[in-house]
Ligand binder design. Structure first.
Ligand SMILES: [Ca+2]
Ligand SMILES: [Ca+2]
Ligand SMILES: [Ca+2]
Length: 604
């Protein structure tokens, strides 16, 4: 079995000739966002550099420490020291920037009795000013950032302003079911609903952002009666976060309408992000990480669950702080989550919230459908045409972080496998490789989800898509059949010889030596409503020279004539099988094997 994997692997790599790589700007600060290739990692699941911090300095069983390496929902021991030790591996893949899940101090364990899990993912913050002891110390974070910078690599922090850990409870109801209480039935002006006593006199609603107005909101009991349980009164840092007045306190979100902005995410305390105190507090928290550590960007969690006006204030403050620190190309990208091919949603949030960029959820959804053969290549054509919707238009779309799968939705290989349950290992490898070829050559900033380059295949989404790179003790991970290797997640998987690692590294070389693939705009050339050929052109931003990109999403060979620029008469193959010359000015014939792709640069 392994033999055929290796044959497929060498075929993949052979398709891409070695290129003379243009050196990246020696000053990494000078690189623009679209010049990066991002590697996204969950520190808990990557490498354990220090077993002494595995329990975060806490004592007791897993419900106290959060540590249980046999359970998918608990800490496994990975940390910043481990991440720092593996920078060679990450850089060897071609990544120029690392985005890591939040490393702020979390509530170690939360959830209803019998259904607890740990903050190993980092999204349950209590102390926004320090590193979680499971991951190390602030000094170890500095060592990590400095080590990355010394290699010319950038560091993107994952941040949250929508909520804190679940600490606040309500006197009414049951913690497992705090139903959402909306503004119509529970206005700010009455205690506990329309029949309640008048409270907060003069408060003009939360769309009046003036400090004078917010000074009149003094009583947080309009919907529920919030309180902080004994022993947790000062658990949040900075201290202002411990006062329930700074939260929405309307119960759990049902993800629709008003509750999408105001509701608690399964209990996570939803901040009143309309309040000028909260805006100022969050600006201070995150400006401090830029100032103290000189990081290079933010990925913003749950961005669409915060009112756009918050981001309109927050984003310029962060960019200004970064500029003052000598970081001119600070990148900010939001999570506007959807599993639909819905670029309008992603684009809308660049317009209403002033977010410079958003994770390209539509790209991931399109890649999952198109490369797995569930949809025609027309889905990608439509996606790319909709680039005009973004604030700043198509040039802004070149800065969207694109991805194939992630820690929430599941891995790309899982979608491919689900759509092709009887596919051979060779076919799965070929489709996954094709997906990565599209990710690394189409417009956007490619984000590689850690482990994809080792052929990891998640069983499902969320916890099941967060396998360990270091030896795992989780049974539901270790029985997975990884793509392109006979290895399992029970062993260490930092193999630079894995066919997908080599495939990605080779494509990154092509991308980094071809400016058209970084910031070039796109012209659609060929697509259909069935699996088959997708062809687009991208253009060198300085010379205007064309690069033709072709992908075959079908299991059959394809040949088609394709319209191109009349000036593009001869081609150099940067990857795959390219035509030598045009048929006539304005026409070329593209031929690709099943699941093949080609990157063809017009030349003199
Ligand atoms: Ca550790
Ligand atoms: Ca919210
Ligand atoms: Ca809560």
């Amino acid at each position: 079995m392994i033999r055929s994997f290796l044959l497929a692997a060498s075929a993949l790599t052979m398709a891409i000739p070695a290129t003379a790589q243009t050196p990246a700007p020696t000053d990494f600060r000078a690189r623009t966002p679209e010049q990066e290739v991002v590697y996204f990692v969950l520190p808990d699941r990557f490498e354990n550099g220090d077993p002494k911090n595995d329990k975060g300095g806490l004592k007791g069983d897993r419900l106290s420490t959060g540590y249980d390496p046999t359970a998918k929902g608990f800490y496994h021991g990975g940390d910043l020291k481990g991440l720092t030790q593996r920078l060679d591996y990450i850089q060897g893949l071609g990544a120029t920037a690392i985005w890591f899940a939040p490393i702020f101090k979390n509530k170690p364990v939360q959830g209803p009795k019998g259904d607890e899990s740990a903050g190993y993912h980092g999204y349950w913050v209590t102390d926004f000013t320090q590193v979680d002891p499971h991951f190390g110390t602030n000094a170890e974070f500095k060592a990590f950032v400095d080590a990355a910078h010394a290699r010319g690599m950038k560091v993107y922090m994952d941040i949250i302003a929508n909520h804190t850990a679940d600490v606040i409870r309500y006197r009414e109801g049951d913690a497992a079911s705090y139903a959402y209480r909306g503004k119509a039935d529970y206005p700010f002006s009455r205690r506990g609903g329309l029949k309640g006593a008048a409270i907060n006199p003069g408060f003009n609603g939360d769309a009046d952002f003036s400090p004078e107005n917010w000074a009149r909101l003094t009583d947080p009991t309009f919907a529920y009666t919030p309180y902080v349980p004994k022993g947790e009164e000062t658990v949040k840092v900075p201290a202002w976060l411990n006062d329930p007045i700074h939260y929405h306190n309307r119960g759990d979100t049902n993800w629709v309408g008003e509750s999408s902005l105001y509701g608690d995410f399964v209990g996570l305390d939803d901040l009143a992000t309309e309040s000028p105190r909260v805006v100022q507090g969050m600006i201070e928290i995150y400006a401090s990480w830029i100032e103290r550590f000189g990081i290079d960007g933010f990925r913003i969690d749950t961005a669409r669950h915060v009112n756009p006006e918050f981001w309109q204030a927050f984003v310029p403050a962060m960019l200004e702080t970064a500029r003052a620190k000598g970081i001119p190309n600070f990148h900010i990208f939001g999570e506007v989550a959807t599993s639909d091919v819905d670029p309008a949603l992603t684009a809308r949030w660049t317009r209403i919230a002033g977010l410079p960029s958003n994770l390209d959820m539509a790209f991931a959804a399109a890649a999952q459908r198109v490369v797995s053969g569930k949809a025609g290549t027309d889905v990608f054509a439509r996606l790319l045409e909709d680039d005009a919707l973004y604030e700043g238009g198509a040039p802004a779309a070149t800065r969207l972080p694109t991805f194939l799968g992630n820690h929430d939705f599941g891995r790309f290989s899982m979608f491919v496998k689900q759509a092709n349950p009887t596919a051979s290992d060779e076919e799965l490898l070929a489709r996954v490789a094709l997906g990565h070829a599209m990710l690394l050559t189409l417009r956007g900033v490619p984000v590689i989800y850690y482990g994809d380059e080792q052929g990891f295949v998640s069983d499902c989404n969320d916890q099941l898509a967060r396998e360990n790179m270091f030896p795992s003790k989780v049974a539901v991970y270790n029985d997975n059949d990884l793509i392109g290797t006979d290895a399992t997640t029970a062993q260490s998987n930092f193999d630079p010889a894995h066919p997908l690692y080599r495939h990605i590294a080779a494509l990154v070389d092509v991308r980094q030596s071809t400016p058209a693939l970084q910031s070039g705009l796109t012209r659609i050339r060929h697509f259909s409503d069935k699996p088959g050929l997708l062809v687009v052109s991208r253009f060198d931003p300085k010379t205007g020279r064309e690069v033709v990109l072709a992908y075959n999403t079908s299991a059959q060979p394809v040949t088609n004539t394709v319209a191109i620029e009349p000036a593009s008469l001869k081609f150099a193959p940067l990857a795959g099988q390219c035509p030598v010359e045009a048929n006539a000015p304005g026409s070329v014939t593209v031929t690709l094997p099943p699941f093949g792709f080609a990157v063809c640069a017009a030349k003199d």
